[in-house]
Design a protein around this ligand. Structure first.
Ligand code: AMP
Ligand code: MG
Length: 469
């Protein structure tokens, strides 16, 4: 095998209490089902390798030269409840290449597995592969997918299911919960080392923990606004699923809104709607408050820490709102800002909510002369449309161009993702490959994919999504 990955493993050089050395557990009969060659190139892969080489490495059967596999420690607030010990229970970081983490997910038990088997089944692996790559193509910060491998082994959930491993690429896997784990152990040396490492990798311009906190808050404020602008519901915004880098991480029960309603929930375990679509901008502030708390011991002056960190967290709602409004303005063709714009956007959302209109298609079709036909209450829509047209008259740039670059034609619709998984379970990867192809250019209006733009009919509608553990 001549696959060469230029590993440089900075996480493995951190204090030992932050991780546990752990190799992936080899599997019975691995089969490579997806590989992202373009991403491999960005990661600096070289050599004359074939699918057999890739299968060996990304099934965990062969540890590539230069890798230092390890499982990371983290903790987290899960649905608001503190869990002091989580960690990579089914994931192994092989190492870092060109500054990016390469992590196998579903690669066997680790020191942090608790009662879990350390494995994943095929459904969540393909789901994360597809949705994370779709998010990337939509222009939203996210972890990426490098490989998917079927293990040839069964995993047992409610029934026996085919096992699989996802290889995930991230600018790091440092979470709010990573800081929380070390802070909760009163491990100041570990906390300081983690902090310096995170600053180096993500926010090298930071000069203090306050700068760092502000930088994470700014990144997360951009991220949440992006989610809201495409109708994405993460579904499990626990602090352990919240990356310091500001990338979307941990695609479990995530889903995209079809019919618009701000309180939409898909996740089967989110019974109170804590992580409902419209709650995401509030919850992220709560998560950043937990990060702030974990960073306090790094500040020599505790009073100053409280003052500065409080100000940082309090600045967040306005940042999210500003980012969100900017993205929503572009969705209705506005590149400048006027005081009445927020109401214009809200009125449109209210009309969509009242009628349960499709979020993606309604925005994309707004500039269409036939847009009014979707709205039952034509008078209200016409009234809104007139106001909108008067507002557009003050714009220099062409609204159609602005809108078509801001309103995707294609999103990974839940019923399509579900159908793709069911097909793959039958050994048919055609829907997976076609969806991957279509979603690589989500703003292009390509006729051959027009069937993928339709919302689900009632029988197709996905009512609940699951964590995939
Ligand atoms: P998640 O819901 O995927 O964010 O996972 C929450 C925690 O449970 C993390 O610490 C995971 O590593 C762990 N976990 C999830 N599934 C498994 C599994 N099958 N085996 C061991 N640990 C798991
Ligand atoms: Mg997680």
């Amino acid at each position: 095998m001549t696959l060469h990955i230029p590993f440089d493993n900075s996480y493995a050089r951190l204090p030992a209490q932050l991780f546990t050395a752990q190799s992936p557990t080899p599997v019975a009969a691995p089969r490579l089902v997806a590989f992202n060659h373009a991403l491999a190139q960005d990661l600096g892969f070289t050599g004359d390798f074939d699918d057999a080489d890739l299968t060996a490495v990304f099934s965990g059967s062969t540890v590539p030269e230069g890798a230092q596999p390890l499982a990371q420690l983290y903790a987290g607030h899960q649905f608001g409840g503190w869990n002091p010990q989580l960690g990579d229970g089914r994931a192994v970081l092989l190492g870092e290449s060109n500054g990016f983490d390469i992590q196998l997910k579903g690669s066997g038990p680790t020191a942090y597995s608790r009662r879990g088997d350390g494995r994943s089944w095929l459904g969540p692996v393909l789901r994360e592969y597809l949705v994370s790559e779709a998010m990337h193509a939509l222009g939203i910060p996210t972890t990426r997918a490098l490989a998917a491998v079927e293990t040839g082994e069964a995993v047992y959930r409610e029934t026996a299911l085919p096992g699989a491993i996802l290889t995930r690429v991230a600018s790091s896997h440092i979470r709010v919960g990573t800081f929380q784990a070390v802070a909760a152990r009163r491990d100041i040396a570990g906390l300081q080392a983690l902090y310096e490492h995170a600053v180096d990798r993500h926010y090298p311009e930071s000069r203090s923990p306050t700068d760092f906190l502000n930088a994470v808050i700014a990144a997360q404020s951009r991220l949440i606004a992006h989610w809201m602008s495409v109708g994405f519901i993460h579904g499990v915004m626990n602090t352990d699923n919240c990356a310091i880098s500001g990338e979307t991480i941990d695609y479990g029960p995530c889903a995209f809104i079809d019919a618009y309603h701000p309180m939409t929930v898909f996740s089967s375990i989110d019974r109170q709607g804590r992580y409902a679509f419209g709650n995401q901008s509030g919850i992220i502030v709560w998560n950043m408050a937990q990060l702030a708390t974990a960073l306090v011991p790094l500040m020599p002056d505790q009073d100053l820490a409280v003052t500065e960190f409080t100000a940082a967290v309090h600045s967040m709602p306005a940042q999210i709102e500003a980012n969100h409004q900017k993205l929503m303005r572009t969705k209705i063709g506005l590149t400048s800002q006027q005081p009445e714009d927020a109401a214009l956007v809200q009125d449109l959302l209210d009309m969509m909510e009242q009628q349960g209109l499709d979020f993606t298609n309604t925005f994309r079709s707004l500039s269409d002369p036939s847009a009014a036909t979707q709205f039952d209450d034509k008078a209200t829509f016409t009234n809104w449309h007139d106001k909108w047209q008067r507002r557009l008259a003050h714009e220099d740039s062409s609204p159609d161009e602005t809108m078509n670059a801001a309103n995707p034609v294609l999103i990974p619709r839940n019923h399509r993702v579900e159908h793709m998984i069911q097909s793959a379970l039958q050994g048919d990867y055609a829907p997976f490959n076609r969806l991957m192809q279509a979603l690589s250019a989500p703003y292009a209006d390509d006729r051959q994919y027009s069937d993928l733009t339709t919302p689900p009919i009632e029988a197709e509608r996905v009512k609940q999504t699951f964590c995939g553990t």
